[in-house]
Design a protein around this ligand. Structure first.
Ligand code: AP5
Length: 218
């Protein structure tokens, strides 16, 4: 399965991709996660990306396309992958199409998670991420057992710097301007399914499975 998860910041792309990755045994490829790791490790990519990320702007297409080309060439992505947060511009979508064509493979589906701006602001203000293993929590919907500590590794939970309310507003603006056009791009290729991203994680997951024709799987 080769699938793209589209949707505004905080729509639940990472949460759903994590569940799908476990169930279907294919890697979740999140450009946001790859970039944050590069920033933490102060690599060339991280140093170039940080300024854009802190402001809620998109990192230039050529940097993103290079990192995706390298990542989808890894052995674990041969049988499929879930793209979370990529593509985000029409140029990225066209770049992906060329990369896949060159390998003789194609996307199976693009799922767009639809949530209101108010839900986004609400979810992101409550999001905490483990500084050690990256597990994502939400103080309202997915709270850790012990306040401030990761259930899996005991790491310290922190808020993402780009979850500050002013940066969230900018990320939403950038999404509307640069990423929304991808809906038309994928609709014209008969790949797009729109899924209601409101409701519990389990409800949204069941809707995604139905949209991609996997609802009868045990
Ligand atoms: P990125 O990390 O991709 O951020 P994003 O797309 O803005 O998405 P988020 O990670 O904020 O949200 P999500 O939809 O994954 O939601 P989550 O599951 O965590 O990108 C960050 C930055 O990197 C960008 O701004 C840009 O600078 C750069 N970048 C990345 N990719 C790029 C690209 N391709 N091109 C250029 N630049 C790029 O859920 C959010 C919260 O809600 C969590 O707390 C979760 O627990 C909770 N939650 C999830 N589902 C539910 C539910 N159903 N009910 C209640 N709570 C829920």
């Amino acid at each position: 399965m080769r699938l793209v998860l589209l949707g505004p910041p905080g729509a639940g792309k990472g949460t759903q991709a994590e569940l799908m990755s476990r169930e279907f045994g294919i890697p979740k490829i999140s450009t946001g996660d790859i970039l944050r790791e590069a920033v933490r490790n102060e690599t060339d990519l991280g140093i170039r990306a940080k300024g854009y990320m802190d402001k809620g702007e998109l990192v230039p297409d050529e940097l993103i396309l290079d990192l995706i080309e390298e990542r989808i060439s890894s052995g674990d992505a041969e049988e499929g992958f879930l793209l979370d947060g990529f593509p985000r511009t029409v140029a990225q979508a066209e770049g992906l199409e060329k990369m896949l064509e060159a390998r003789g493979v194609f996307l199976d589906s693009v799922v767009s998670l639809d949530v209101s701006d108010a839900t986004v602001v609400d979810r992101l203000s409550q999001r905490y991420v483990c500084g050690s293993c990256g597990r994502v929590y939400n103080l309202v919907s997915q709270a850790p057992a012990e306040q401030g500590a990761c259930d899996d590794c005991g790491g310290r939970l922190e808020q993402r710097t780009d979850d500050e309310p002013e940066t969230v507003v900018e990320r939403l603006r950038v999404y509307d301007e640069q990423t929304q056009p991808l809906r038309g791009f994928y609709q014209s290729r008969s790949l797009l399914s729109s899924v209601d991203g409101n409701g519990s994680t389990e409800e949204v997951y069941a809707r995604i499975r139905k949209a991609i024709g996997e609802e009868s799987r045990p």
